[in-house]
Write a protein that binds this ligand. Sequence first.
Ligand SMILES: Cc1ncc(COP(=O)(O)O)c(C=O)c1O
Length: 462
Amino acid sequence: MNRKILLQEQDIPRQWYNIAADLPTPLLPPLTPDGKPVTPDMLAPVFPMNIIEQEASTQRWIDIPEEILDILYRWRPSPLRRAVYLERYLQTPAKIYYKDESVSPPGSHKPNTAVPQAWYNKQYGIKKLTTETGAGQWGSALAFACQLVGLECKVYMVRISFDQKPFRKLMMQVWGGNCVASPSNETNAGRKILAEHPDTPGSLGIAISEAIEAAVTDPSGKTRYSLGSVLNHVLLHQSIIGLEAKAQLKSVGEKLPDVVVGCAGGGSNFAGIAMPFTLDKINGAKIDIIPIEPTACPKMTRGKFAYDYGDIACMTPLMAMHTLGHAFVPAPIHAGGLRYHGMAPLVCQCIVEGLHTPQSIDQMECYEAAMTWAKTEGFICAPETSHAIAGVIRQAKQAKEEGKEKVILFSYSGHGLMDLMGYDAYLSGKLKPYYLPEEEIIKSEECLAGHPQAQERKSGKW
Ligand SMILES: Cc1ncc(COP(=O)(O)O)c(C=O)c1O
């Protein structure tokens, strides 16, 4: 039995996989506030045209430029590992494999898309990228990528994480990035929120508004915005995770996993591991594909499928997705990257179809899972990743009850070495379970009133 399953550099995938080509029912289009489909030229002030083309593409396979691979080789192909020590501890007949995305220089899956996004912007003649960051993983990944391709980088970091994770800010600085707490005084969106709620912990929705505003108002016209999750092109770039994992499982004689799990904030690492296997499910394989969200931010399990904005200032197009409402500000849980009101439209369409079956798990169970992981496998996981591990432990226990030798695959999206404050809160007994009250959901969804209707369209096959 191999605990570390490695691919050679020459076996790295040379094309990304685009699930948009295979969805049984096509995605609902992004819309303007008056209900008209968004055209590429409307997005041009925000993204470069080469990225916009990928966003709209329904081509199944898209070539990865050699220059991008040359950067990714620093850590890719990433290892697939077998969590035998956890298996033994749980006394489960299940085999647990995890795709280790924590080995990238910034420590998560985020550079898989930061690098291509920075590279395509550079190709297009852009000089500077702006972005938001929750936990700081995305901001540090984009700063890293901008450093390598030669772009300036400005990051609006959600205030709660800015305060909890000072080292992430320093990482961004080491890679030449400029990071401020959001809401900030630098943008109209930030100033407005600060005037109304001076003590706000911030949210990804607020930080996105600030970053987009900073990009589109730059008089040089050479600044664009970069998003670390949710959008189609981001999920496309992350497909390298699942494509590598598929080749690695095959190399040790596993046909297909029975269960695929990932934590989901905006959906990118989950989609990265899940979409290549979702294709197998579309083609008839029996696989449970499970995105996990926190009970504090339960958009997939308790939100509405509706047209909604990606940010609080309504600067993004309206997207058909599961959402708690763009004005929702989640409780300040430590899994900062999972504190987002909406979910990637591609994942949402898979949920509507029944291809993906989401679950929500409370942060106490997740930290318990993270502790079990550290005591057995030895690694300290990111608070976001602990949600995937908690989901996997549930599955492994169920396999034990059923006496089934299931193959479970999950995305180990990042390490937690910069997130020890959350562990501190857990170990000192300060963390409490948090279940979002129904009244809050009803209230936060009020902001959806007047949006175009999103009809759930499905083939009825799953
Ligand atoms: C380690 C880690 N995992 C998961 C996520 C969630 O993002 P996504 O759903 O886009 O993968 C984040 C986001 O910051 C993260 O840092």
